[in-house]
Design a protein around this ligand. Sequence first.
Ligand code: HGY
Ligand code: MN
Ligand code: MN
Length: 420
Amino acid sequence: MAEPRIGGDMTAAERVLDRADELASHSDLPDGIERVYLSPQHRAANDLAARWMREAGLVAWEDAAGNQCGRRAGAGDQLPAVLLGSHLDTVPGAGRYDGILGVLVAIEVAARLRDAELPFALEVVAFGDEEGTRFGTTLLGSRALAGTWQPEWGGLTDADGIRLADAATAFGLDPARFGDAARTPEELLAYLEVHIEQGPRLEDADRALGVVTAIAAAERRVITYTGESRHCATPWDLRHDALLGASEAILAIERVARAHGSYATVGRIHVEPDAVNVIPGVAAFSLDLRDETATGRDSTWERILHELEAIAVQRGLDLDVSSTHLAPEVVCAPELRAAFASGIAATNDRGSDEPMELFSVAGHDAMAVAAVAPVGMLFVRCRGGISHHADESVRADDVALAIDALEAAVLQLAAEYQPS
Ligand code: HGY
Ligand code: MN
Ligand code: MN
């Protein structure tokens, strides 16, 4: 059985950072990074990932949902696989490492283990749509792999009115066959994802790596106030201004969520008729609400809704709420947390004898894959906890430790594995 190579392979780490830079060049923005699902930039990223997967000794293919996949050559087809990976899509104005780091570290570990004797197959996946920014519903690639794809998602449309099914056809996929991407529990032993923390806790603790205990329960909604579009000469007492209602609601959301320890973000707002001299008749905004548990999330939402309704009554507005995404908290499998803990311990990083554990407020593909396999996540320190921003930054030595820790975790699973 191969022994993990410890000591921080800076060459591999530098290769990861160089490849992240190359992927960053495939963007839909002239002055930043944006790569959305089923776009030409997604195609370019998949082609790069496929090339690197092949160089790592993997057989590479694109699944029916546009995820780029790779499987260690020679592994008996009937062997179940340990799946490593993350996502290649980004938010607008993204950094270079959210998702991308996990895919590239996974490819490095696959390359290291190309000749190792393992009792299971080893696969790598680069998911195509973790962020959900193009079609509004998130985790589309990983939910297809997990077998939880909903056929009606083919009718989702993007900001230009393009249907997901048509974008899939243009991408070279058959929109009627997304379900073929589904893997079964018998095929997958575990899913291990390396990801930047997207928060300051590891840096505050002067740690390079941390074991994820659970991923936040999340819900996305669209909240719409409807009043009356009127001339801006309308007297105050005759106004039913939807944007003022939304503004008061957004501040109420902040107050309630902070008071209850939940995370609430309003990232988008749409106003009609969107004219400087017309009182807005419609104001629709997004709400991303998270908490450590679904119970906590729902309790905070109940309190928020009560305030939204009071604002509607007080201002003579109609209120409509629709839910566009709902995910329970996902607890990482104990045996995978232990594998990552031993992986961190093997790096001899500062304090690695007591690996730090932390809960993820950010969502990840692991939330979807948990429907079909046990999941584990390893967080990597990122400077200032900054993410979803061009200033996202990781240290090469931390990347080297992450490669070592992921390799050691896979070898730990191999040592423990008892074929059923
Ligand atoms: O929303 C999230 O937490 C993730 O970055 N998609
Ligand atoms: Mn993200
Ligand atoms: Mn991510």
